[in-house]
Design a protein around this ligand. Sequence first.
Ligand code: FAD
Ligand code: FES
Length: 260
Amino acid sequence: MKEEYKVKLIQKEDLGPTCSVLTFICPEIAQTAQPGQFVNLSCAYFLKRPFGIMCVDKESNTFSVGVRKVGKGTGKILEAKEGDEFTVLGPLGNGFQFDGIKKLLLVGGGTGIFPIYCAAEYAKKNGIPCHIVNGYRSRNDAFLYEKFSSVCENFDVTTDAGDLGMKGNVMAYLETIDDSELAGATVMVVGPGIMMRKVSEWALAKGLTCYVSLEQRMACGIGACLVCVCKIKVEKEGKEFVHKRCCKDGPVFRAEEVIW
Ligand SMILES: Cc1cc2nc3c(=O)[nH]c(=O)nc-3n(C[C@H](O)[C@H](O)[C@H](O)COP(=O)(O)OP(=O)(O)OC[C@H]3O[C@@H](n4cnc5c(N)ncnc54)[C@H](O)[C@@H]3O)c2cc1C
Ligand code: FES
């Protein structure tokens, strides 16, 4: 059983009117969390809400999450002020698998850029060559642009509006990458479902290993309620797929296993 921790919000950095990075002190999470894992954060509107871990600082025992307002729960969380207390459960789920990875192509979109940032920091700390491609709606929406630029020399963006980086979505950029750069790369993608699906299809067609982080609606976050099940392919006992819990068996899965 995962433990719950009382944590203090020590920093709130607004990225825009509806999005902030929240930083909490919690040694247990800061010391153990892996890229791709998430936390369940209390809010003043019913259940805790899941957020991908954006970064940890083992020296100051802090971890951060990026929160974008979509409904009442995230709205309440974003009303918090520095010094406020939350209850948090985590780190939860299975994160990205880095063993044996020679080079990385990280692809982020929407709030998926937050866990992608965590993977980018890990790559930098561990000397893994990394290329990041983030898709944004527009320049105003290009959250963490400076942070990504400082964590990775090979950072590219696309915008739907065309006012920053390449015009179009991430696929427009990925199609331009030379096969020689892609050879031997592992792809990790977090973002809206349609984006992850398109990137997965592209990566698998190129013969690349690809991981996605599924974003199902969640309740308990620890595998008990089955709210978050997704369909994962199997090749046994005549079955086509099994249901797996996104929170406990994922949220990271190999792209070829996922039934979209
Ligand atoms: C593993 C995981 C990691 C996540 N990481 C982040 C993150 O780093 N930053 C961030 O801002 N958000 C993240 N989310 C999404 C976040 O949890 C939801 O936006 C939040 O729970 C919505 O709560 P709400 O009460 O504000 O909205 P609600 O009123 O519950 O919903 C508002 C709208 O958002 C949709 N929605 C709610 N939950 C989800 C979900 N899990 N996936 C897709 N759509 C949803 C609803 O269908 C509805 O349309 C993550 C979700 C998961 C499962
Ligand atoms: S959220 Fe309860 S089983 Fe996944």
